[in-house]
Design a protein around this ligand. Sequence first.
Ligand SMILES: *[C@@H]1O[C@H](CO)[C@@H](O)[C@H](O)[C@H]1NC(C)=O
Ligand SMILES: *[C@@H]1O[C@H](CO)[C@@H](O)[C@H](O)[C@H]1NC(C)=O
Ligand SMILES: *[C@@H]1O[C@H](CO)[C@@H](O)[C@H](O)[C@H]1NC(C)=O
Ligand SMILES: *[C@@H]1O[C@H](CO)[C@@H](O)[C@H](O)[C@H]1NC(C)=O
Ligand SMILES: *[C@@H]1O[C@H](CO)[C@@H](O)[C@H](O)[C@H]1NC(C)=O
Ligand SMILES: *[C@@H]1O[C@H](CO)[C@@H](O)[C@H](O)[C@H]1NC(C)=O
Ligand SMILES: *[C@@H]1O[C@H](CO)[C@@H](O)[C@H](O)[C@H]1NC(C)=O
Ligand SMILES: *[C@@H]1O[C@H](CO)[C@@H](O)[C@H](O)[C@H]1NC(C)=O
Ligand SMILES: *[C@@H]1O[C@H](CO)[C@@H](O)[C@H](O)[C@H]1NC(C)=O
Ligand SMILES: *[C@@H]1O[C@H](CO)[C@@H](O)[C@H](O)[C@H]1NC(C)=O
Ligand SMILES: *[C@@H]1O[C@H](CO)[C@@H](O)[C@H](O)[C@H]1NC(C)=O
Length: 344
Amino acid sequence: MGEIDKPAVTQAESVSGKPRRRGCAGHCARFWWAYLIALACIVVLVVPLVLLVGIPNLAQQKLDAAVLSIDGIVVTNTQAQNMTMAINSTIRSDGQVHATFEPFQGVMYLEDLQPHTPFAKIDFPETDSDALVLINVTQTLQIENVEALTVFNTWLLANESLKVTVEGNTNVHVRGISRAYPVTFKKTVDIPGLRMLQGIIVNQTFINATATEGDNFRGQVYIPNHSVVAFELGNCTFHNYLLGKEVGTVFIDNMTLWPGMNNYTMRASISQSDVINVMGQRPYCDEAKGVLPFEIGGKSVVNHGQALPYFANALASANQTITIDIGGTLKRDYDLTIPCAGES
Ligand SMILES: *[C@@H]1O[C@H](CO)[C@@H](O)[C@H](O)[C@H]1NC(C)=O
Ligand SMILES: *[C@@H]1O[C@H](CO)[C@@H](O)[C@H](O)[C@H]1NC(C)=O
Ligand SMILES: *[C@@H]1O[C@H](CO)[C@@H](O)[C@H](O)[C@H]1NC(C)=O
Ligand SMILES: *[C@@H]1O[C@H](CO)[C@@H](O)[C@H](O)[C@H]1NC(C)=O
Ligand SMILES: *[C@@H]1O[C@H](CO)[C@@H](O)[C@H](O)[C@H]1NC(C)=O
Ligand SMILES: *[C@@H]1O[C@H](CO)[C@@H](O)[C@H](O)[C@H]1NC(C)=O
Ligand SMILES: *[C@@H]1O[C@H](CO)[C@@H](O)[C@H](O)[C@H]1NC(C)=O
Ligand SMILES: *[C@@H]1O[C@H](CO)[C@@H](O)[C@H](O)[C@H]1NC(C)=O
Ligand SMILES: *[C@@H]1O[C@H](CO)[C@@H](O)[C@H](O)[C@H]1NC(C)=O
Ligand SMILES: *[C@@H]1O[C@H](CO)[C@@H](O)[C@H](O)[C@H]1NC(C)=O
Ligand SMILES: *[C@@H]1O[C@H](CO)[C@@H](O)[C@H](O)[C@H]1NC(C)=O
């Protein structure tokens, strides 16, 4: 039997076109029910595969391919336990899948610091998957982990740029399908840092030579903010060092740091004898013409009576250099020149 059938099969295989179609016509007619079952199987298997695996995978892929950028962060009403945080952000995608993402809570953490520890939780609103989506959020941020927030502020203050990851789980709704599919939103963004406030300038200086205690120095301080963040800090005080020795305290009241150049009135209580002593040393008494390299390091940050350690400790993590023209101020206001020690 096998020997009789075999050549027939070979023949059918070697002859193309007509005989085959004719064969199919008969075959298909006779086995229509098998085709129906196969089709039913395909519908039963493939459609759920598309719905259960295909769409969520596609939605996740599209979500992963989208790019998040942070356009601005404004932190106001800063208190010990909470603050108001506003974030303007943009999500760019190819916009080819029409989907809606449910509102969700995302955590933010420093990408380059292990273990990943959230310093903030952001409530994202419902979002459509258009090619360009602006998401502006304003919310009260409860400070759940002061240490993590302090580390974030320290990195923001010190670094040229820093990587922050925003991560959360949500559901996506695809148009025409009632089912919601779970997806993960995870994006890492580069945020410019404050670069240790490099480039601080103090001018319009005033020295009260007769005030032996209390505030005896005033000036205008210009603080650059190289980042896209704005903070309400409040009343800040700084240790003031000169050549490694603490010589007094600097005060900046009502300080809010905006992107760009910031201008505040500063006052300081400075040990005049320590400053005069350094003024008499080389090179300050000759080439440097009395321009002194002060250093300041954060001491306290108090906003409306509440101490804010997450800012104070970040500002205390490193010193910032401020050169102040003490020689020029003394010459201008008191016609005083401090000679090099031992040469008077
Ligand atoms: C967001 O953009 C609006 C409109 O340009 C602006 O008024 C607001 O200050 C921005 N907020 C932040 C947090 O950058
Ligand atoms: C924020 O914290 C302060 C205390 O630091 C508290 O009095 C206030 O009720 C809190 N506000 C919110 C919205 O949680
Ligand atoms: C959202 O922020 C962007 C700037 O990032 C601004 O152009 C837009 O007007 C803001 N929208 C609202 C409703 O504030
Ligand atoms: C950011 O600054 C912190 C504190 O100075 C430092 O420890 C960290 O290595 C810096 N990270 C990057 C990525 O530059
Ligand atoms: C003080 O410095 C700032 C910033 O460089 C400058 O814009 C301003 O004109 C200066 N003021 C005086 C009186 O020199
Ligand atoms: C300088 O300080 C003295 C003593 O504290 C004070 O009486 C005087 O008013 C001050 N002068 C100015 C111009 O601030
Ligand atoms: C932050 O300040 C620096 C120095 O003034 C400036 O060059 C930079 O453009 C500012 N950044 C923004 C976003 O305004
Ligand atoms: C700031 O400078 C002073 C004096 O040189 C030093 O004692 C202090 O440790 C420095 N602070 C930091 C955080 O480096
Ligand atoms: C700081 O704000 C308080 C109250 O808002 C005000 O009385 C004070 O004059 C301000 N100080 C400076 C230096 O702006
Ligand atoms: C900085 O503020 C002081 C006092 O408010 C003002 O005299 C000075 O012109 C300001 N400088 C700039 C560049 O805005
Ligand atoms: C800063 O201190 C001054 C004087 O003590 C006070 O009047 C002002 O309200 C304080 N500002 C803030 C923002 O706490």
